[in-house]
Design a protein around this ligand. Structure first.
Ligand SMILES: [Zn+2]
Length: 92
């Protein structure tokens, strides 16, 4: 993301396109609110300990990927239209 080239097609944004678009993607762990019982708390404590053990073997980057990541991309007008039509790339 340098604001000068499209991160999807590589075209120059200042010379080849009158406008650029920014895409921000946030990927994070999501939990639904639950009615919590004491059994749930005991299970969560066990899972938390297991997760902490697992994270000991992870690099900082891999551990971060499990919880939260932000992405920012510059797109030209053509790529912006293609992104909006299929943001998850399902047609590929
Ligand atoms: Zn492009």
């Amino acid at each position: 993301m340098d604001h000068f080239t499209c991160d999807r097609c590589g075209n120059g944004l200042l010379l080849d396109a009158p406008v650029r678009y920014e895409v921000r993607i946030e990927v994070k762990s999501a939990y639904d609110p639950l009615e919590i019982t004491s059994e749930d708390l005991a299970r969560v404590e066990e899972e938390l300990h297991a997760l902490l053990e697992k994270l000991k073997d992870y690099s900082a980057e891999k551990a971060q990927d499990e919880v939260h990541r932000d992405f920012r991309f510059d797109l030209c007008a053509t790529c912006q239209k293609k992104f909006l039509a299929d943001p998850l790339g399902r047609s590929r």
